[in-house]
Structure formats: C-alpha cells, structure tokens
Design a protein around this ligand. Structure first.
Ligand code: F6P
Ligand code: MN
Length: 323
C-alpha cells in the first residue's frame, strides 16, 4: 500500500503543499494518540472555558487546537490559520503561501462517551498582500486548494482531496503511516438513508419538515421507498458514512436562534466537507445555494447544510426552491 507522501507526489502537487499536508497528518497522529489514551492521560471532560461560539470547551478541544496550532505556526508555508477554538485569525509566517482553517476536534460531545470524533481542515492559497487579515480567508470554498478530515474511529482514517478526486488513507498502527486504502471515493447518486437531528423538527422551516415527513412515509408515501436513519452527532463520522455508502446529511436552518442560520460553520466544517462531497460526485447545498459558491462574511459564520447523494440532495432542495 502506498504511503501518503508517495501518493501526493504522484499527484504532482507542489512540494510546499505536500509538506503542509504531511504536517497536518503528523498533528492528527498526535491527536489520535491523546484521544486513545483517554482517561489514562486525564484528557477527558471540560476545560472550564468557552470558545468564541459560546460552547463549553473540552480538554481535548484545547489539546487538539494546541497541537495543530504549534505545528502550523512552525511551518514555513503557512501565512495564517483560523480555528474554531481561536476568536481571531492567527498570523504565522509572512512569506507563507497558504491559509489553513480547521476544526481541531469535531463532534466533541462524543469525547466523554468514547464515540467517534474528527479533525477537519481547509487550505487556501494566500493572497500576495501582507499583513494578513481575516478578509484574506473570506473566499468562496470553490477556491480551496485542498480539504480533508481525519476520523478518530475504530481505525484512524484520513479523507483528502488535493489533486484528483477523493482518497481515503488508514493509519497503520504498526508503521505509524497513513496508507492509501481507497483510491477513488465515489458517492452513489441515490440513497435510502438520511442523517438529521430529528429532535429539532419543530424548529425547522416548513420545506425541511415536509421533505422529512415524506421520507418517513416510506413505501406508502410519495417517495415509494423506505428510508433508514443514522445520526452519529459528529459531522466527520456522518460525512464519512456518506462518502462510504451514500446518504443525505443535513443540519438545516432552524428558528431556535434566528440570527444563527444553522449550527455548522462555513469556513472549517461546511466548505471542506462540501469540496470532498462534490469531488466524490455528490452535492452540497445550503437551502438555497451551493455551499462552495457562498461568499463568506466572517470566519466563524454558520450556514445551513444539506449534502450527500446527488439525486437525493437535489430532491430535498426542490422542496426549498419550489422547482
Ligand atoms: O461541530 C458541530 C457538531 O458537533 C457536528 O460535528 C455535529 O454534526 C453536530 O454538531 C451535532 O449537533 P447536535 O448535538 O445538535 O446533534
Ligand atoms: Mn465541529
């Protein structure tokens, strides 16, 4: 099996990007080690602070952020970073060519139950001008030059899109290397599986309520087929399942906090996942537009997310657009 750097070299990526991706992989290996030590290393539970989103930080949120931040600040090719756990962007090397946005530990409510969690990252080419500002990050996701996630599950897996298509790598605990285990990930266009937090149903907009109600009617309803439901409550795991076998995933707009148009963050959750999903043949939308075409307004912006198997996502969008 090919090692990660070998595959990236064969995709003819620029050497600086290969080095950066290898650095991110190194950081995620460290995070994986901390997660697997769990209570033995005293890394479970709350850190006792809140992040910029007003969410209680877990110790592992802070540990994962510190690991990636330290590595990226030491990486000559990184101009600046943006993280879910950092209020502002953090400037790195003025000569760096890349901007990196990341969610250091996605799905952190799973930490204390020994459930799957992940790390998500998105990379842009840095603009020429210095000093770097938040505005430099605010570009449509279609301009990402690479994106991916690491899933800390029964196996540690990396999903990456940088040159061509989407690849899966599995961390081999024997050699400590990420080895290529799926060369061309492709999402089936049709599905009978959906992922959504049903407990929020009463807060959804009417089109989403109608769409899910029709799925629940199964064979007896307008869809004329039964649907199954899955919800891991860690976006990395739910998206991984969709890349493996198809499905539709949504964290839709809801009216709990009308000034927050969704839960998931555009720059380090929706954008990187949308690039992976589109490159694997799927669709990724808010309720009205393709996620990758959105013009971001700030680094911690939230958006509704509907992504997965192409035909199913477009069917769901048709409830929203009336077309
Ligand atoms: O990062 C936010 C997140 O943890 C996602 O990973 C996940 O999809 C979602 O929140 C789960 O939200 P809820 O707890 O509302 O189901
Ligand atoms: Mn997250």
């Amino acid at each position: 099996m090919q090692r990660l750097p070998q595959v990236l070299q064969s995709q003819l990526l620029q050497p600086a990007l290969i080095t950066l991706l290898a650095t991110l992989a190194d950081g995620c290996r460290d995070i994986a080690r901390q997660i697997s030590r769990g209570a033995v290393a005293g890394v479970l539970g709350n850190a006792g602070a809140e992040n910029v989103q007003g969410e209680a930080q877990k110790k592992l949120d802070v540990i994962a952020n510190d690991i990636l931040k330290a590595l990226l600040l030491a990486e000559p090719s990184v101009r600046a970073l943006a993280s879910e756990e950092e209020t502002e962007i953090v400037a790195a090397n003025p000569d760096g060519r890349f901007l990196v946005a990341f969610d250091p530990l996605d799905g952190s409510s799973n930490i204390d139950i020994n459930g799957s969690v992940g790390t998500i990252f998105s990379i842009f080419e840095a603009p020429g001008a210095t000093p770097v500002t938040e505005a430099d990050f605010l570009r449509p996701g279609r301009q990402q030059i690479a994106a991916g996630y690491v899933l800390y599950g029964p196996s540690v897996m990396l999903a990456l899109t940088a040159g061509q298509g989407v690849q899966f790598y599995t961390l081999d605990p024997v050699s400590n290397e990420f080895l290529l285990t799926s060369e061309r990930v492709a999402i089936p266009a049709q599905t009978q599986e959906f992922a959504i937090n049903m407990s929020n149903q009463r807060f959804w907009a009417e089109p989403m309520r109608r769409y899910i109600a029709d799925l629940l009617l199964g064979k007896d309803g307008p869809r004329k087929k039964n649907f199954n439901m899955r919800w891991v409550a860690a976006m990395v795991s739910d998206v991984h399942r969709i890349l493996c076998r198809g499905g539709i995933f949504s964290y839709p707009w809801d009216r709990r906090e009308p000034d927050k148009p969704g839960k998931l963050r555009l720059m380090y959750e929706a954008n990187p996942m949308a690039l992976l999903i589109e490159r694997a043949g799927g669709e990724a939308w808010t309720d009205a537009a393709k996620i990758l075409d959105l013009q971001p307004e700030h680094i911690h912006q939230r958006v509704p997310v509907i992504l997965g198997s192409a035909e199913e996502v477009l069917h769901c969008i048709s409830y929203h657009t009336g077309r």
